[in-house]
Write a protein that binds this ligand. Structure first.
Ligand code: ANZ
Ligand code: ZN
Length: 816
């Protein structure tokens, strides 16, 4: 297989780039626009595979392009190096997790270099270094002081294989995200971050991200946070002092409530259950113990539940409603109790039909819920509801809430589906929680001066089993004096979820060895928020939500001025193989080094980016890196021939045509780069290669014009194929480095006469196409787009929220 340059030749470039600091950001510069381009950092689980190659090809191309456009670019790299796989591998091979982790980091770092990624290696960090995780502890303590980190006993998701608790986000269809074991529920005392205190801000600030984050990610976050407006309604329990408070989004259906359901693991159920029903309740609990939240909520699951022998009173009608316990009501949501309105809620209807309970229509329905078995869940006109009859739903809701408030039997409220973030892990390879448990003082924070609380070196069992934390067996480490009273006390033995590590690492990149705080505030203000963040859609909720939360906490601590960490987000697609996701377990993981050995790094990069836009999946079995190898060969020959090309001719008429073609292709490639359409940009470079080939073969052009085109081609190529471009630049006799050459500018005067079609979208839908000069500027194009009659019609007089202009070909208008 032909290669563009030998490994030794490439090594020479890698060394030269490093020695001359070609990719280093300039921290002193105050003139150029600063731009931070970041790919989600890798987990060191082995060598790099094609998924990494895809993500880093994208971010590296952006970084190289922005540098050539004159920006001061910081393209950092780090490793998410704590976590379970290291620990499991260490157990299996009887190694220290450090050995496995840092050996893999070295292998990956080498592969990044071989792949030609233009990192500023000075920004390198590893989250498992004490100098890094010290600040996880510091951040934890600041949260603890503010009540944002707290411990409570709670039913948690427990993976019996990994012997640790999992966050809700790490349970996928009832199974452990990592090992696939069915997750159990256990009641344990655990640490939590109070992310729920930020639920509304996490929603509100999405406004800032709209248009620059994929709409799908915003939607997933919105659903995960799950804001519901509704009411708390209090039902007093007959013959007792207890009140059952329910949360309902439909107080307008209060007259249709025919029973009450409380979550099975609620204490309230124990308090009010009739003596003679207790045995039945207990056996019911046993029966459902193993079901997960997702299974419990599934619409097609048979409804189960038990009557506990008591009744509660509807605060407006005075009617007595039977109280049931059922697992279709979750302890963790709302108040853990509901009023059931079978005519208007499908799950309530199924339960009512199962248990032969009354079904009363209170919203005028297009069909009969009872006979059709389908609840009418929509809004409508309220019926059979006393003084509220004939009101529309929304009006009835506010009047019923007002009436409940007047009687002291409820209130309007907002509830979120988001739960607090469970961060305790009973594992070794993570950040120790910096708390000391003292028999007299309780939870005592480790003083800041004593940070980091370093992980003890191994030498004891990593996993004692039985759900105990491995650190419990490090007795010397565990037993300490209370920092407050000096009594014998014990360190907390949980470690932090590794999502803590990844929630703030971009801030650390700007000065990774800073010692006066988690990050250097002045440098952070200069470089952040991250301009372009690249990563997979699998992080749409977990990591991105946590990072947004941390940033808001930093803002509230007065540490940063911004509230969102990532200005724009690119979700790269997956690299798959014969239609299947690549994974270790399927044995179809394609290793990057093998591909580099076969095709060279440049061809692998080009093949990745040419396969489609970044967000599309790539089936590696369907693409051909050898096609890219061939094209690079053509480029190499064009460069050699252009270098040798001599012509006594001076620029003439034909040369104007050639120049116009060159500049149109530059203009189109540039426009594609701005939109992250790298496949289109590469296609234009391919056309430019062919055009130059034709010009060289005709021999009818002036040398300077041919060289102008060839230099432009090589300059642009360096964003995609850095080694081939560096060699070509050398062949052309240019001074080092092509990376220092400015991105070529299309000559506007040459293109002035040309018209192109601009597409005008409204909220992403094409509404109009207009003819505009190829060199139109953004302002002018914006004006013309807003003047389009079809756009005006589509807007229906609404206010314009955002206009995204990509001259000369695209305008997207968002109305509010
Ligand atoms: C009465 C009612 C009548 C309801 C009706 C709906 C329709 P969202 O929109 O997801 O917030 N609910 C409340 N707490 C619950 C829990 N812990 N477990 C299971 N279900 C719970 O859903 C809110 C609705 O889900 C609430 O409004 C409640 O049922 C139910 F025609 O109250 B509704
Ligand atoms: Zn004490």
């Amino acid at each position: 297989m032909e290669k563009h340059s030998t490994p030794a030749g490439r090594e020479r470039w890698v060394r030269a780039w490093a020695e001359d600091g070609v990719f280093e950001a300039d921290h002193q510069d105050t003139e150029r626009p600063r731009r931070m381009v970041v790919s989600m950092f890798p987990y060191p689980s082995g060598d790099l595979h094609m998924g990494h190659a895809e993500a880093y090809s994208i971010s590296d191309t952006v970084a190289r392009y922005r540098r050539m456009c004159g920006d001061n670019v910081l393209n950092p790299i780090g490793w998410d190096s704590f976590g379970l796989p290291a620990e499991n591998a260490a157990l299996k091979r009887n190694l220290d997790p450090r050995e496995w982790t840092y050996a893999n980091i070295d292998v990956q770092a080498e592969s990044f270099r071989d792949f030609g990624i233009s990192f500023d290696w000075r920004a390198r960090l590893h989250t498992s270094d004490p100098e890094y995780y010290r600040w996880n502890q510091w951040i934890f303590l600041r949260m603890f002081e503010r009540g944002l980190a707290y411990r409570k006993a709670a039913p948690v998701n427990w993976c019996s294989k990994d012997e640790t608790v999992l966050a809700n986000e790490q349970v996928i269809q009832g199974r452990c995200e990592r090992c696939g074991t069915v997750v159990e529920r256990r009641n344990l005392t655990q640490w939590f971050f109070r992310i729920t205190a930020y639920a509304q801000r996490l929603l509100d600030d999405m406004e800032q991200l709209s248009g620059s984050w994929p709409e799908q990610v915003l939607l997933m976050q919105r659903n995960w946070i799950g804001r519901s407006e509704g009411a708390y309604i209090d039902f007093s329990v007959n013959e007792s002092d207890e009140t059952i408070r329910v949360f309902s989004t439909r107080p307008d259906t209060l007259y249709g409530a025919s029973f009450i359901v409380i979550a099975s693991d609620s204490d309230l159920a124990d308090r009010i259950c009739q003596q003679d029903r207790k045995a039945e309740l207990d056996s019911y609990r046993e029966q459902i113990g193993s079901a997960t939240d997702i299974e419990r909520l599934a619409a097609d699951r048979p409804m189960t539940g038990v009557f506990i022998g008591r009744y509660a009173v509807n605060p407006l009608t005075g009617e007595s409603l039977p109280i049931y316990v059922s697992d279709y009501v979750l302890a963790e949501y709302g108040t853990g109790a509901i009023m059931a309105v079978p005519a208007h809620d499908q799950r309530d209807l199924r339960f009512a039909q199962e248990k032969h309970l009354p079904i009363r229509v209170v919203i005028d329905s297009p069909h009969d819920p009872e006979s059709t078995g389908t609840a009418y869940e929509g809004d409508g006109t309220v019926v059979n509801s006393g003084e509220f009859t004939d009101l529309p739903s929304d009006e009835a809701q506010s009047q019923i809430i007002a009436e409940l408030e007047r009687r002291g039997a409820g209130e309007g409220t907002v509830t979120y589906r988001l739960r607090d973030w469970l961060l305790s892990r009973q594992r070794y390879w993570g950040t120790p929680i910096p708390i000391i448990h003292c028999p007299s003082c309780g939870e005592v924070p480790v003083p800041d001066d004593d940070l980091p609380v370093e992980l003890p070196q191994s030498g004891y069992q990593l996993r004692p089993g039985g759900g105990k934390a491995p650190l419990e067996s490090a007795t010397e480490w565990v037993n300490v004096d209370c920092p407050r009273c000096g009594q014998a006390a014990k360190r907390d033995t949980d470690t932090m979820d590794t999502f803590v590590d990844s929630s703030w690492y971009p801030l650390r990149y700007v000065n990774p060895h800073y010692t006066d705080g988690p990050f250097d505030p002045a440098a952070v203000e200069k470089w952040l928020p991250v301009d372009i963040y690249v990563g997979g859609i699998e992080h749409a909720i977990l990591h991105l939500l946590y990072a947004r939360f941390f940033t808001k906490v930093f803002h509230d601590l007065g540490l940063v001025s911004f509230v969102e960490p990532f200005t724009s987000l690119i979700n790269q697609g997956q690299v798959i193989m014969n239609g299947k996701a690549m994974s270790k377990s399927l044995g179809n993981l394609v290793n990057l080094q093998e591909q580099i050995a076969a095709y060279g790094p440049d061809a692998v990069r080009i093949t990745m980016l040419f396969a489609g836009p970044p967000e599309d999946d790539i089936d590696w079995a369907d693409v051909s890196a050898s096609g890219s190898v061939k094209w690079l060969g053509r480029v190499q020959r064009v460069v050699a021939d252009a270098t040798a090309f001599s012509s006594s001719r001076h620029a003439a008429e034909e040369d104007t045509d050639l120049r116009r073609d060159i500049h149109r292709l530059i203009s189109e490639a540039t426009e594609a780069m701005e939109r992250y359409r790298f496949n289109v940009a590469i296609a234009r470079l391919m056309s430019l290669t062919s055009r130059l080939r034709k010009a060289l073969d005709s021999g009818a052009h002036a040398r300077e014009v041919v060289l102008e085109g060839t230099n432009a081609l090589v300059t642009m190529l360096s964003c995609f194929a850095p080694f081939a471009a560096a060699d070509a630049w050398d062949t052309l006799g240019n001074p080092p480095y092509v990376e220092h050459a400015p991105w070529p500018r299309a000559d506007d005067d040459l293109l002035a006469g040309e018209l192109v079609t601009a597409v005008i979208q409204v909220s992403g839908k094409v509404r109009d196409r207009i003819q505009v000069p190829a060199n139109i500027n953004e302002e002018e194009l914006r004006e013309r787009a807003l003047a389009s009659e079809r756009v005006i019609k589509a807007g229906q007089g609404a206010e314009i929220k955002k206009v995204i202009v990509r001259a000369p070909k695209l305008v997207n208008i968002v109305f509010s």
